[in-house]
Design a protein around this ligand. Sequence first.
Ligand SMILES: [Zn+2]
Length: 251
Amino acid sequence: MEEKELERLLKGIRGDPKVKKAIERLDAGYGTYKDVNTIALQTGKRIADEMAIAYDEAALVRYLEAGHGIIAMSAEAAQTNLNAAAKIGIKPMTTKTPSYKIAQTVAKISAVEPEVIPTMCENILPSFMLEMVDDITKYNADFQKDSGLHPIIRRTWSGMYGSHDTRHTDNCEQMAGEWEYGDEPPETYYRHEGCRCTVEYFPNKYAEGQITALAKYEVARNGELGAKEETLERRLADAQRRKKLDRKLGL
Ligand SMILES: [Zn+2]
């Protein structure tokens, strides 16, 4: 039963058109953290939709753990692409399942009145998934900075959308910017409830240009997206098929 639920969730996420496109870009070698943020956002929305149908605390924990697995695999692909574009021979790093943060978030949701739960999930789960990306971003940036490199951090304002509280938009707009990692203000990683701003990372200030050039080259050469042996698409499909999602994706 549990495995069936997870399988359905993962199938739904992978079938989402925005996620599909992001996975294609990551597999083609030029997807970046922007694509990881897209996957995280759609994953959070999808989990919120499932919870709106039937709220189940234990299932939510499993979904968020699986969500972290998807994000970790996607971030690894993005980081590999970025390191290759910047010609850096450093392995991508990823975070462990943030069990404590997941437990805290689920407890917060479970504490509200049942009729408020769907709105609450819709509000906080997408930003919670984005926060998982931020943590991986910081982890990699930290490591590269310690290795003597000069990573770049960029925070992008998500703009106005749906239920976004207007009280927050001024702050978020002002927090947008680009810095060398370590020079960014501490609030760069701050997220208010429901925030959908994104934080991206590049190994150096030339990496984005290099990866864009690579994308143009690949498209011109193949007329389509490149094919790698070990693709993210395949890894996610395998994880789904093997029906060991909680173990496989919970890492
Ligand atoms: Zn925001």
